[in-house]
Design a binder for this molecule. Structure first.
Ligand code: UDP
Ligand code: MG
Length: 190
């Protein structure tokens, strides 16, 4: 699942987990947890996040792989949120996860910049555990990275006929219902 910062990836995934038993893996959350665990990779992860850039794929793909293994991956359908978000990520996805994982399609949450900024400001003002990248300075860089590096990934999967475009400017229940219908069509939900 991809979409710009604040497009609603996390919210949609929680709804799908709650109602339909998927397993949610947020690449951003795995990176933040790895950083906060005191890992030797923590400084690199944190400085990359603060510059709005994308962490080298070996780190992210191995965190995803380990999380899947620990969750008992053979019986599960995973929602991978926020990954792969540049060409380097795509290469590593194929190399590290490709032998084990089948990605049938990508859900792309299309959202105006105005909506995304509103949602992130709300999250920043309400959250008790403020993300250190949810501020104006880093947000500008996250938007730049999204346009320069993530949009080409959408185009790559588009050429493979794998992208499901979702209008993510609507309310969370409406977005969730649209995605549920698509997952039903593809028999991921009964
Ligand atoms: N990030 C990364 N690789 C990933 C996912 C996230 O490097 O595969 C970093 C990146 O710096 C990004 C930050 O983690 O800006 C937060 O990602 P998340 O998906 O949590 O937030 P979003 O910007 O999509 O709201
Ligand atoms: Mg998120």
């Amino acid at each position: 699942m991809l979409g710009g910062p604040g497009s609603g990836k996390g919210t949609l995934c929680s709804d799908l987990v709650r109602d339909h038993g998927f397993v949610h893996l947020s690449a951003g959350e795995l990176l933040r947890a790895e950083r906060d665990s005191g890992s030797p990779q923590g400084d690199l992860i944190n400085s990359t996040i603060l510059s709005g850039k994308i962490v080298p794929v070996d780190i992210t793909a191995n965190l995803l792989l380990t999380a899947m293994k620990n969750l008992g991956w053979t019986q599960k359908t995973f929602l991978i949120d926020g990954f792969p978000r540049n060409y380097d990520n795509c290469e590593g996805f194929e190399r590290i996860l490709g032998p084990f994982v089948n990605m049938p399609f990508m859900i792309f949450l299309e959202c105006t910049k105005e909506t995304m900024i509103k949602r992130i400001s709300k999250r920043a003002s309400e959250s008790t555990t403020l993300r250190n990248d949810d501020n104006d300075q880093v947000l500008i860089k996250r938007f730049d990275t999204f346009h320069a590096e993530t949009m080409p990934v959408i185009e790559k999967y588009e050429k493979e006929g794998k992208v499901q475009y979702i209008d993510a400017n609507r309310s969370a229940p409406e977005v969730t219902q649209t995605v549920v219908n698509i997952l039903k069509e593809h028999k991921y939900i009964q």
